[in-house]
Structures are given as structure tokens and as C-alpha cells.
Write a protein that binds this ligand. Structure first.
Ligand SMILES: [Zn+2]
Ligand SMILES: [Zn+2]
Length: 369
């Protein structure tokens, strides 16, 4: 079938909006008509060539839609199901999967990085008949996609799909970073650096865990209002003032748990110095692949610090995402306020530009017909 998609052909160049040919789903694959796809900071990292991926590929991984067809052997997904994409597909056999850490699966890593289906091939071709790859199995900036059955999660039909798409990346990453990775407890003092889609969900999850005080840090004053709405007790603009003495003034000491959710080496240094004795620094922001930083090591033993990384919030998508959908339907996650703009596929390069200029507050979501 013919589909319309945004193709990344060269790093540091605009995405190319093209008509592609999409083959039907093969064994244990599902064809989905996509309705909404969020624009994530990782999409920008990919466009800028800051992470290693195969080209050309259709990027986008935060997607919700409706199942149009299923391939042979598909058992759990049915035509007409409302679904979200889940870019973590686990093989069940590798060392990480056997430890119950399927989100770190190495068995399918090649397909994941290279942008193929699990059998190493692609269902996408361009007008010349050349192969185009599936970004993170999802290829979400397209009108339709074929995905592995295990990368598709059915959701209840009364969940608005423009909010549901955020369940495919920023919501579980933020929520899981707070609950699974950091294990925030009521009364913990928490600082969150970087209020993008993930950072706002970190903030919201920390507020639901009754963190207090809960300090939000960002370089854009425009994000103060949504930070307070999501539960921040204080807001610091770290472009205007050094946040470290300000955090210590508010708390009387360093924080129990500090999150860095933007992947900025400068912010990581500020986050490190904001962490108090016995504290945890949790980094979930993805820095460019070759980026390094210098942190003095003496504080690790002397202040008994813990530095942790978190990928995709350490979640188990098929069990955790249905729980998050229930929290959303109760209004706890405030996703109606997180979706701040809808855009058309043809406008996607303007959206990338707006993200580079830090003009995006909340999540901007691509809307398909
Ligand atoms: Zn993402
Ligand atoms: Zn595995």
C-alpha cells in the first residue's frame, strides 16, 4: 500500500516527506493506521546524527493508532484494536531478558539500531524500489506502519489517542525513572533538571509520590507555569542564576534525589552539585553519543553518592503501561495539559527547528487523518 512518511535520508538535513510503499505484515507482525505521533527529543538527536542509526529511515516512535490488519500467527492483537507502539521488543532469551530486564534486551539490538523488523528486513520501499528502514520498529512519522506483534500494546478505547501516544515514550520513561530507578519516597527532596516531555513526567510522578520540596529547573521561564501545575513547589531558571546555591538555600542542604532529564552535560554537572550527602543523581536524558564530562570523584565515597542511569524508566511495558493508562483516565498524569500543540506531517521540519530553539513546552503531536 502507498503511505506518506517523513524520511531521514541525511543527518543535519530536513526530513524528506515522501510517498512510500509499505508491504503487508508478515508472520507475527501488525499493520497499524497511525493517528498521532509525539515529537520526542530523541527524534531530534537522530536528525542531528547524535545517535547511531541506519539510514534512510522513517523516524518517530511515540505513536498511537488503530490496527488495520494482522499477519499470520498474530494472537494477541486484533483488527480494530486501539494500540500504542512500544519500541522495546524483548527476545526473552538474552542475559538481560533472563534477568527480567527486557527493556535492556540485547537479543534484538541489531534490528533495533539498524531499523529493521525482527527478521532483519524492511517492509518499506521508496519510489525507486530502494529499502527504507523502520525507526525503532515504529517509523511513527508516517500514515501507517508495520510493527512486530510484541511491540504493540492494546489500550482501552475510551482513552483519547492524542494523549495515548505519549504512553509510548515520555510518560513511562518519566514515571518509571521516579518509581523503578530512583524509588522516590514521600518527603524526599527532589530536583528535576530539564522540563521536556520526560522531565515533566518525572516531575508529575515525583509529585504523585509526595516528594517535597519538589524543585523544577529549566532555562525557559515559559515552563514555570506548567511546572507548578504538575506539582513543582519551586522553579529555578538556570540560564539566569546558578541553581546550586539556590537549591541549597531552599533545602538548607543538597537534595535527596536529583534527576537530569535533558541529556545536557552542563546540566549534569549542576545536577551533580545539587545532590546532597547520601543522595542519588539519576540521569535519564540521552546525551550525544560521544559527549563526555568531568566530575570530581571525591564526593562519591565521602558523601556516599549514587549516580544512576535509567533507560525507558526500567519499565515492563505490557504490565506497566496499562497501569499508567488507568492513572491517566483518573486525571492524575494531566496528559491533556501535556499535549500543547498538534501539527501536520508536512510541518515536521518546523517542529524540529522549534525544538532546537527551545520553543516547545509540553509535547507537540503530529496528527494524521
Ligand atoms: Zn522518545
Ligand atoms: Zn532479550
Amino acid at each position: 500500500m502507498k503511505i506518506r512518511a517523513a524520511v531521514l535520508r541525511e543527518f543535519n538535513k530536513p526530513l524528506s516527506i515522501e510517498d512510500l510503499e509499505l508491504e503487508p505484515p508478515k508472520e507475527k507482525e501488525v499493520l497499524i493506521k497511525y493517528l498521532y505521533t509525539g515529537f520526542c527529543h530523541t527524534d531530534l538527536h537522530q536528525m542531528l546524527g547524535e545517535v547511531n542509526i541506519g539510514l534512510p529511515q522513517v523516524i518517530g516512535h511515540e505513536t498511537a493508532g488503530v490496527v488495520e490488519a494482522v499477519g499470520p500467527g498474530v494472537k494477541k492483537i486484533h483488527k480494530g484494536d486501539h494500540v500504542i507502539s512500544d519500541f522495546i521488543v524483548s527476545c526473552g532469551k538474552c542475559p538481560e531478558c533472563l534477568k527480567g530486564m527486557g527493556h535492556m534486551c540485547s537479543g534484538y539490538l541489531d534490528a533495533f539500531v539498524q531499523g529493521t523488523m525482527l527478521d532483519g528486513t524492511s517492509r518499506l520501499k521508496d519510489k525507486n524500489g530502494d529499502m527504507v528502514k523502520h525507526g525503532l520498529y515504529v517509523s511513527g512519522f508516517s500514515t501507517h506502519g508495520v510493527m512486530p506483534e510484541d511491540g504493540v500494546i492494546p489500550i482501552r478505547k475510551d482513552m483519547p489517542l492524542d494523549q495515548a501516544c505519549l504512553m509510548a515514550c515520555c510518560v513511562p520513561t518519566g514515571w518509571g525513572t521516579v518509581t523503578n530507578i530512583a524509588n522516590v519516597q514521600p518527603g524526599d527532596s527532589v530536583v528535576v533538571y530539564g522540563l521536556g516531555g520526560v522531565g515533566l513526567n518525572v516531575l508529575r510522578a515525583a509529585a504523585l509520590r509526595q516528594a517535597n520540596p519538589l524543585i523544577a529547573v529549566d532555562i525557559e521561564d515559559a515552563r514555570e507555569e506548567i511546572a507548578k501545575d504538575f506539582g513543582a513547589t519551586h522553579f529555578i531558571n538556570n540560564a539566569k542564576e546558578d541553581p546550586v546555591p539556590r537549591v541549597k538555600e531552599i533545602l538548607g542542604h543538597g537534595a535527596d534525589i536529583v534527576f537530569e532529564a535533558i541529556g545536557d552535560p552542563g546540566a549534569i554537572i549542576q545536577a551533580y552539585w545539587s545532590t546532597g550527602k547520601l543522595g542519588k543523581l539519576v540521569i535519564s536524558g540521552v546525551t550525544p553519543q560521544d559527549e563526555t564530562t568531568n566530575l570530581p570523584l571525591f564526593r562519591l565515597p565521602v558523601h556516599q553518592l549514587t549516580i544512576m542511569g535509567g533507560l525507558y524508566g526500567g519499565i515492563r511495558p505490557h504490565t506497566d503501561i496499562p497501569k499508567l493508562i488507568e492513572l491517566t483516565m483518573k486525571g492524575d498524569l494531566k496528559l491533556d495539559k501535556l499535549v500543547t500543540k498538534k501539527f501536520r506531517l508536512e510541518e515536521i521540519n518546523d517542529v524540529a527547528e522549534a525544538m532546537i530553539k527551545r520553543q516547545i513546552t509540553g509535547r507537540w503531536v503530529c496528527e494524521f487523518d
